[in-house]
Design a protein around this ligand. Structure first.
Ligand code: ARG
Length: 457
């Protein structure tokens, strides 16, 4: 029986019922629904809207339902949604007292409250996983600070960088993500309960009591907005989309750096896959899957934004479509963060290959130009002189760091013996001591800053 059957002469047809239901996916909200109902009943009791006796019966009944669901003795099925299920089960267990639970509330403020409670938890889990990946990145950076690797722009070798600096770049991205989850959680910590269907309630409720019991930071200030606001879900999916964007970049690097062509890192066997036909293959399926799953989270962002677009005030059933995109976003986000963190911990660095590659592609040409600037040559002229030197190298099939002083003199008499050292990848990285730069000292400072900022969450 539907909660709202009274007005109707005949029951809903089976196909309409199947189309309308949300229990198949909103059953995930069972704990939040029971928690919110318990708080609502307690508040009704404290405000003398419910008798103490009814209130106790409801509390005990809800506790028993929760215990039975968690132990597996009660299966969630046979109702329109999780709210109808819990209420129906309560009424069948405790009778009239159960029928009083829905006083001064509607499913509209109930679903908005349940979903927010669920969301708050989900933000904490996302933050925890982000902290984990940043911690692993920090330990990889501490190891990497000793090594030099190629840095790319346009996926062409650009300048040597510090391997610690490389990992720090991703820590910075995930720190921003962590901060985003932190602030969006705070913004979403607003309790809609007490808004009832849309207009508020004539009962003398005390919303502060429920707010405190449920741990929300604030209560909503407009009942129409409160029952139809899903900004928190949209913000969550957006923040998740950015995490996925960052993660997919890291995965793309992983796929490239572990290829035969690059050979900078190895993925351990436990996190690799093979081919059914080519016996030699060792494939990076996991980072590829993370990269691929990024698209589905972006899809969910489009879904949620489209669901809320153009809705007339206040609640509309379209809003039932807010949940599946959210649930799949968090499942995808959590599994991708977890698996990549595990993989990142096990990656090994081929430090010699990285160093050798760092010197390729005339990657220290900027250092040659900077050297000439140090001798008083204007940068634009230094750039042109160095460009000619690079052309000489290309024509003579030599890297910059293999040129003799005589060959340097062919381009400019200003070069002295110390240029031979300045064009090595190590010296190039070490010269970059600016904040956030490639020198060991700068990278160590950056690691300390990351650790410091991480501790704030
Ligand atoms: N299953 C509904 C949802 O997810 C619950 C709210 C139903 N409210 C209503 N007025 N039909 O949005």
């Amino acid at each position: 029986m539907k909660l709202w059957q009274g007005r109707f002469a005949s029951p809903m047809s089976a196909d309409a019922d199947a189309f309308n239901e949300s229990l198949s996916f909103d059953k995930k909200l069972y704990r939040a629904d029971i928690t919110a109902s318990k708080a609502h009943a307690e508040m009704l009791g404290k405000c003398s809207i419910l008798s103490d006796e009814d209130c106790t019966k409801i509390q005990n009944g809800l506790d028993a339902i929760l215990a039975d669901i968690e132990s597996g003795t009660l299966e969630i099925q046979g109702a329109e949604d999780i709210h109808s299920f819990v209420e129906g089960e309560l009424v069948s267990r405790i009778g009239d007292a159960g029928k009083r639970l829905h006083t001064a509330r509607s499913r509209n403020d109930q679903v908005a409250t349940d979903f927010r409670l669920y969301f708050l938890n989900s933000c904490d889990r996302a933050a925890e996983l982000l902290k984990n990946i940043i911690s692993v990145l920090v330990s990889r950076a501490r190891e990497g600070v000793k090594y030099v690797m190629p840095g790319f722009t346009h996926l062409r070798k650009a300048q040597p960088i510090n391997a610690g600096q490389y990992f720090n770049a991703y820590s910075e991205m995930f720190l921003r993500d962590l901060d985003r989850f932190h602030t969006l959680k705070k913004r979403g910590s607003v309790m809609p309960l007490g808004s009832a269907a849309l207009a508020g309630t004539p009962y003398p409720i005390d919303r502060e009591i429920t707010r405190k019991l449920l741990g929300f930071e604030a209560i909503s200030q407009n009942s129409l907005d409160a029952v139809s606001d899903r900004d928190f879900a949209a913000e969550y999916i957006f923040a998740a989309s950015l995490v996925m964007a960052h993660l997919s970049r890291l995965c793309e690097d992983t796929i490239l750096y572990t290829s035969e062509e690059f050979g900078y890192w190895n993925i351990p066997d436990e996190y690799s896959t093979g081919s059914s036909i080519m016996p030699q293959k060792k494939n990076p399926d996991l980072p590829e899957l993370v990269r691929g799953k990024t698209g589905r989270v972006y899809g969910h962002l489009t879904s949620i934004l489209t669901v809320i677009k153009g809705l007339p005030l206040a609640y509309n059933k379209d809003l039932q479509e807010d949940k599946e995109c959210f649930f799949d976003t968090e499942t995808t986000l959590f599994s991708c963060l977890s698996i990549y963190t595990a993989l990142l911990e096990k990656i090994t660095l081929n430090v010699n290959a990285m160093y050798e590659a760092a010197g390729g592609g005339y990657s220290t040409a900027t250092d040659v130009a900077d050297y000439l600037v140090g001798k008083g040559v204007p940068f634009r002229d230094a750039h042109a002189i160095t460009g000619k030197l690079v052309r000489y190298c290309i024509e003579n099939d030599k890297p910059l760091f293999a040129l003799t002083l005589d060959e340097f003199h062919g381009a400019s008499e200003l070069f002295c013996e110390d240029i031979l050292q300045a064009v090595t990848p190590r010296a190039s990285a070490e010269a970059r001591n600016s904040v956030g730069g490639a020198s060991k000292q700068a990278v160590r400072k950056a690691i300390n800053s990351i650790v410091y900022r991480l501790k704030r969450y």
